[in-house]
Design a binder for this molecule. Structure first.
Ligand SMILES: *[C@@H]1O[C@H](CO)[C@@H](O)[C@H](O)[C@H]1NC(C)=O
Ligand SMILES: *[C@@H]1O[C@H](CO)[C@@H](O)[C@H](O)[C@H]1NC(C)=O
Ligand SMILES: *[C@@H]1O[C@H](CO)[C@@H](O)[C@H](O)[C@H]1NC(C)=O
Ligand SMILES: *[C@@H]1O[C@H](CO)[C@@H](O)[C@H](O)[C@H]1NC(C)=O
Ligand SMILES: *[C@@H]1O[C@H](CO)[C@@H](O)[C@H](O)[C@H]1NC(C)=O
Length: 354
């Protein structure tokens, strides 16, 4: 008889858990696989719009229960970058995602000698967009190496996916730091890099085939030749081939993603290549989601001092650090539609925060 109350309690608690363990899965309507990852986003968020779109997609997928963003590393030193990103996270109801930033903090406002259309000071203006970091020099913003080491040391097993949509500076620092190689090998499930261009003509035309993100710190990017975890590249030619973002015009006028795109495109129609957005989408949802296929079965990247990067198809690479580059499996129109569905997921409303 004494058993009964506890049995009853157990039944009640199981029933309660059943009710709460099965919330409506809004991602199902978008056909999202039921996968879940822990990620770090390493970004050069400053003046291009694909980093902005990538953060929109990552935040939306977090709200849909597909990912937990453990932190965001800013590779640019601008004091406006971190508050700009925090404004986006806050809009999406994720105001407490931790930050690390490349030091020292500067007054830079765009990536092209302060001449490109500049949205960063608008997003970082707390009178327009609520956020609580206020400035990249805020003490709550860590240095990238400490941040990476702390997160990886705490992680259980190979559980961390790194979304590399910025420069390689801090990933190289991590690799070079004492025990860094082992930490990466033991804790990183996959590193995804937006960079390279491995189409049929990858040695031409032009000297920039490594792509912008790799070129900015080319010596650091060479770490990719020996990076101890699996690496997957979203090449620049694939990113360029998928135009997304026009749908932002159907979202609120004060949506920071829309505002950044409108400023950047200055009166012309918004919508652009999807480099970092695709890389982020793949990073979180994986190859089985169906948009992509691998462009290679073996080999690895090679990066040269003249700024080119090529795929060495004949290199022997151990399975633990296998490398792939992505191609589209579905049509670019289909994949663009999926990105647009996420960019405009909340339609004409701001996401409702609890
Ligand atoms: C930026 O300025 C540097 C130094 O003045 C110059 O070499 C470079 O060409 C400029 N870049 C662009 C894209 O204008
Ligand atoms: C620094 O950021 C924290 C939130 O992470 C915020 O509470 C605090 O007010 C900020 N400090 C300054 C000086 O803005
Ligand atoms: C860059 O260097 C590589 C390796 O030496 C070479 O194969 C390639 O043709 C060079 N590319 C350009 C544009 O000079
Ligand atoms: C798909 O690719 C074709 C050919 O490259 C291009 O003309 C078209 O604009 C692309 N569509 C999208 C949505 O990116
Ligand atoms: C661009 O998209 C078109 C249409 O889907 C496709 O045929 C082509 O292979 C794509 N090119 C690249 C580089 O992804």
């Amino acid at each position: 008889m004494k058993l009964l109350p506890s049995l009853l309690a157990l039944c009640l608690s199981v029933a309660t858990q059943l009710v709460y363990a099965a919330p409506v899965d809004e991602g199902q309507s978008l056909g999202l696989p039921r996968s879940f990852k822990d990620v770090i986003i390493d970004t050069d968020f400053l003046s291009f719009t694909d980093d902005v779109g990538a953060l929109a997609v990552a935040n939306t997928l977090q709200n849909l229960g597909r990912v937990r963003i453990l932190g965001i590393v800013s590779d640019v030193q601008s004091r406006f970058a971190v508050p700009g990103i925090d404004a986006i996270d806050t809009w999406y109801c994720n105001p407490d995602i931790p930050f690390a930033q490349s030091q020292p903090v500067t007054n830079q406002i765009d990536e092209v000698n302060n001449t490109a259309p500049e949205y960063i000071t608008t997003l970082a203006n707390p009178a327009l967009f609520p956020e609580d970091i206020h400035d990249g020099s805020n003490k709550t913003v860590q240095d990238p190496l400490t941040f990476y080491r702390t997160v990886l040391q705490r992680a259980k097993g190979k559980s961390i996916t790194i979304i590399g949509i910025g420069f390689l500076t801090h990933l190289n620092q991590l690799y070079q730091s004492p025990g860094g190689k082992e930490l990466i090998r033991d804790k990183v499930a996959e590193l995804i890099i937006q960079g390279g261009d491995f189409g049929p003509n990858f040695f031409g035309p032009g000297p920039n085939r490594a792509g912008y993100n790799l070129l900015i710190d080319l010596q650091a990017a060479k770490v990719l030749e020996e990076w101890p975890s699996p690496v997957t590249f979203l090449p620049s030619d694939v990113g360029r081939n998928v135009t997304s973002g026009q749908v932002l015009e159907n979202t609120p006028k004060n949506n920071p993603i829309r505002v950044a795109n409108e400023i950047y495109h200055k009166g012309t129609q918004i919508g652009d290549g999807s480099w970092d957005i695709l890389a982020t989408y793949y990073s979180i949802l994986g190859i089985d989601e169906g948009s992509f296929r691998y462009g290679n079965t073996g080999g690895q990247i090679r990066i040269f001092d003249n700024g080119t990067a090529a795929w060495d198809f004949n290199a022997y690479v151990p399975y633990e650090r296998r490398q792939h580059f992505l191609n589209l499996r579905q049509s670019n129109e289909t994949v663009a539609q999926k990105l647009n569905n996420l960019l405009a997921f909340y339609g004409e409303r701001k996401p409702a925060c609890r």
